[in-house]
Design a protein. Structure first.
Length: 376
């Protein structure tokens, strides 16, 4: 998700060289009472070195060892967050921020810790994390401990420090919802494709058999003589039927190309606009890629109509899929306990991602369907 480790290290090095550029506008002060706001991540002259942090693979960070009952970030914790600021602020990144408390703390401090981290990430003067990047900021209390604290009388103090923490994890809309599987049925596309004609080779075979029978039964008669003309007539029928078959085949190919072009155009439209599509949105992109002259012996009008029908039928497959996606997201969010304004807020942040995911899946299904249509 954007922002290489080298870029992050270089940015952090810049901070170390000129920390005044990163003065904390929120007004964080030297804990020893030195007065005035301190720079983000800067250690005050009389501050103790407290608070820790570590990476969670390449997906996020854990900042821990908050003072009991305290939500304010320490310079050590800030520097860990700053090292990931570029990556977290990348357009399209999705973050879950979860605060934790130890068993001996008031659970409400976990929410305050999560809020403090979110505010810190949003307030960076160079790489502020957009609000849309943060899907969730919540406090879990001591219900989901990072490490077991042990039983009364046998408390693991090191683990208790780890539980006074905040996780910042990069995620996706699908991971957040627990699934991104939405039905993308493309089977109905193709039912209106131009039909294949009877195979000309079969028609010729039947005509040749009939000619042989007539010639054998009526050999030496006028009827038998006439049967000699049945073979050439069958060949003419073969040419005519082959022509019709080729026209139909080319119309099917034009239809399939309309489906394929629509798949790509609709996918790109939804990924860009995060909205449902209509024929007019796609026709201007998909149809110019159809060269009706290339579908001979189908004439230009036949090929154009077939391709346009393919585009329309493919567009008609997208909107039901988008509606199913919207219903799916709302049901999943409701199942997570979100309601009303809170549900709508999260819905607005992730629905575009889910629409794009489904659009890509449906586009792939439509292109496979187009290939089957071309094969007849």
């Amino acid at each position: 998700m954007g922002g290489s480790r080298a870029e992050q290290d270089a940015w952090l090095a810049e901070f170390i060289v000129n920390p005044a550029d990163y003065e904390d506008q929120a007004g964080g002060e030297d804990q020893a009472g030195g007065g005035g706001p301190r720079a983000r991540g800067a250690q005050g002259a009389h501050e103790k070195t407290t608070g820790q942090g570590e990476f969670i693979g390449n997906k996020g960070v854990l900042v821990f060892d908050f003072a009991p009952g305290v939500a304010a970030l320490t310079p050590n914790q800030e520097r860990v967050l700053m090292s990931q600021q570029v990556k977290f602020s990348t357009r399209g990144a999705r973050l879950r921020i979860t605060g934790h408390s130890s068993a001996d703390e008031d659970a409400s401090v976990s929410q305050k810790r999560a809020d403090a981290v979110a505010a810190f990430l949003r307030s960076d003067p160079k790489h502020a994390v957009p609000e849309d990047n943060i899907i969730e900021t919540k406090g879990a209390g001591a219900t989901k401990p990072i490490a077991p604290e042990g039983q009364k009388g046998q408390i693991n103090e090191a683990n208790r420090k780890r539980n006074r923490s905040v996780e910042v994890v990069m995620t996706t809309a699908g991971e957040f919802l627990g699934s991104d599987t939405v039905d993308v049925n493309a089977d109905k596309v193709g039912k209106d494709a131009p039909a294949s004609h009877e195979k000309a080779s079969d028609a010729v075979g039947y005509a040749d058999i009939a000619a042989s029978i007539i010639a054998g039964v009526f050999e030496g008669t006028a009827i038998g003589f006439a049967a000699e003309f049945v073979g050439p007539a069958a060949m003419m029928a073969h040419v005519a039927l082959a022509w019709e078959e080729a026209r139909a085949a080319q119309q099917r190919i034009a239809y399939a190309d309309g489906v394929r072009n629509c798949a790509d155009a609709a996918r790109d439209f939804i990924a860009k606009h995060h909205a449902s599509v209509g024929y007019n949105d796609i026709e201007s992109v998909a149809m110019p890629k159809i060269d009706a002259m290339t579908y001979f012996p189908a004439d230009v009008d036949e090929a154009t109509i077939a391709a346009s029908t393919g585009v329309k039928n493919a567009v008609d497959a997208f909107n039901p899929a988008m509606r199913r996606t919207e219903e799916f997201v709302r049901k999943r969010l409701a199942a997570k306990g979100l309601k009303d304004q809170e549900l709508q807020k999260v819905y607005d942040k992730i629905i575009g991602d889910m629409r794009s995911n489904v659009a890509y899946a449906l586009a792939d299904a439509l292109k496979k369907q187009a290939l089957e249509i071309r094969r007849g």
